[in-house]
Design a protein around this ligand. Sequence first.
Ligand SMILES: [Zn+2]
Length: 169
Amino acid sequence: MILKIVKYPDPVLQQPGEPVTEFDAALHKLIADMFETMYASQGIGLAAQQVGVAKRITVIDLTGGKDPAQKLVLINPEVIFREGKQYEEEGCLSFPEIREKIARAAKVRIRAQDQDAKWFEMDGEELLSRAFQHEIDHLDGTLFIFRMSALKRDLTLRKIRKMQREGTW
Ligand SMILES: [Zn+2]
């Protein structure tokens, strides 16, 4: 089922996610729906807050659904190691049409549970590292506009307000 993606400034986007404790059929259904929703919007990552659920769940697929082996489910994830710097353009499904360069760690290692509660660690570089950091930020209630410079953020918020007035946001 394709879920509705909530857009900024919906308050749920800034609500830190509750840890997941029940790894049941309802969780598996939500994860399947999140993948379907993400693919329908051509995204490569989606956090539960973006479908209105403040829980520590995110799905990532850098292939956009082309390779099922690349599907990643991170439950209760945290960054346990970060190294280096990268500065690349990012977008967010909750900010349609907004793209800005964001400073991130070049490499990270994350620790997370899979959909059956099993803990694992995984390293990410470049785009995967950025996806890990962007999505885990969502689970903490942190949006990418707060990783921009104050000037870029003001310009972005102005652009959003203009689109809101025009009814295109
Ligand atoms: Zn996002």
